[in-house]
Design a protein around this ligand. Structure first.
Ligand SMILES: Cc1cc2nc3c(=O)[nH]c(=O)nc-3n(C[C@H](O)[C@H](O)[C@H](O)COP(=O)(O)OP(=O)(O)OC[C@H]3O[C@@H](n4cnc5c(N)ncnc54)[C@H](O)[C@@H]3O)c2cc1C
Length: 344
């Protein structure tokens, strides 16, 4: 028996947050007195397995068959559940990324196991794995466990530290065949495009977010735009020319409220909140966001919250450690310049 950690990869490299999954898996494995095995599928698996060993995996099960390149839920879930049935690990751990959530839910269903999702803390009590997760917009903490032999666990990004890196460690690596071969697949992927250079919101140490207030950009919209179109244009300019420079200076990712997303100011991938991403950065700067409970559900775990809002009564100020009452289109450029001078 051991504990599996799924190492998410993209274009032949491990996603850095995957080492957090290994850290969480190791905490369970250490409490149970067993080893951790990294599960790595896709291109370059052997090299990634060697890195997983340095992050504390005693072994790795890899599959770099072309059926596993690129990621597809059907091939990955089929092989993961097959490996679970064969090895009966105590737990399978992944970070709760989009892929981690769907893969573990699917493989857990296939192997008739329980899943505890989005945990921020894990402990082992009398051999049972107990996960803690915030509920009701973070107002209560609930504990979950599963009574199946294997517990699938997704952990929130940045909730668990990666294990220490030991350059000399070498894992034992076993290569396994795919469960479904490429020719048998219904879904073929012809091309993948990625947003180059974008910082992953869920992993970011600093997030700068904009809300509906982004539309109150004082610049003049092109003459052929009016009404809502002009509003969207002004808000988009605000994200690109006012928030992005602040994010660049801080090395931050860009987030948004649902109001900004619904209004078409910025794509859904940036939405923070109950129906968007949950982020737990060291620093969260909310600009022109009122702080509705559904937005708070996605960011209240941030270590330091800074709110910039022209309404001193906005609920976000109750949550913020630092509040600036003012027009974001005056405050953000001034803050960006001050930080640029300070950090350069
Ligand atoms: C089921 C459900 C799920 C939801 N999920 C989410 C979710 O995932 N994420 C989410 O964010 N919301 C979510 N919502 C919506 C949520 O209830 C709020 O409507 C939304 O968060 C409001 O976004 P906002 O703060 O940007 O807009 P508003 O509430 O309109 O606030 C805009 C703020 O900008 C300020 N402002 C305006 N101009 C300026 C300026 N120039 N400078 C400074 N400040 C300015 C205003 O004072 C105001 O406080 C959900 C709602 C429901 C019902």
């Amino acid at each position: 028996m051991n504990v599996f950690a799924w190492i998410e990869t993209a274009a032949g490299a491990a996603e850095s947050s995957s080492w957090e999954a290994l850290g969480a898996a190791k905490s369970i494995a250490d409490a149970l007195g067993v080893d951790t095995a990294a599960i790595i599928f896709g291109e370059n698996s052997a090299a990634i397995a060697a890195d997983a060993g340095k992050f504390g995996a005693a072994s790795a099960l890899i599959c770099d068959d072309e059926a596993m390149q690129p990621y597809r839920l059907e091939t990955y879930a089929a092989l993961l559940s097959k490996l679970v049935d064969a090895h009966m690990p105590a737990a399978v751990v992944s970070v709760a990324t989009g892929r981690g959530r769907e893969l573990l839910a699917s493989a857990a269903a296939d192997s008739e196991s329980g899943l505890i999702a989005e945990v921020i803390d894990l402990r082992v009590e009398n051999g049972s794995i107990i996960g803690t997760r915030p509920a009701y917009a973070g107002k209560v903490l609930m504990e979950m466990s599963s009574h199946t032999p294997t517990t699938f666990v997704t952990v929130r990004g940045r909730a668990f530290p990666p294990p220490p890196f030991e350059a000399a460690a070498e894992p034992s690596i076993e290569s396994v065949p795919p469960s479904i071969i490429d020719a048998a697949l219904e879904l073929q992927i012809d091309d993948l495009s990625a947003e180059i250079g974008a910082i992953n919101l869920a992993d970011a140490a600093i997030v700068v977010s904009g809300g509906r207030g982004m539309a109150n950009n004082p610049i003049t919209a092109p003459a052929d735009l009016s009404g809502e179109e002009a509003n969207i244009w002004r808000a988009k300019q605000g994200f690109a020319k006012t928030l992005q420079p602040l994010a660049d200076v801080l090395g931050a990712a860009i987030g948004a409220s649902r109001a900004a997303v619904d209004a078409g100011f910025i794509p859904y991938e940036h939405q923070v909140g109950q129906t968007g991403k949950v982020v737990t950065p060291d620093l969260y700067i909310a600009c022109g966001i009122s702080g509705a409970i559904q937005h708070q559900a996605g960011m209240r775990g941030s270590k330091v919250i800074v709110a910039i809002n022209k309404d001193a009564e906005a609920p976000i100020f109750k949550l913020a450690r630092y509040g600036i009452v003012g027009d974001l289109y005056q405050v953000v450029p001034a803050l960006t310049e001050a930080l640029r001078a300070r950090l350069s």
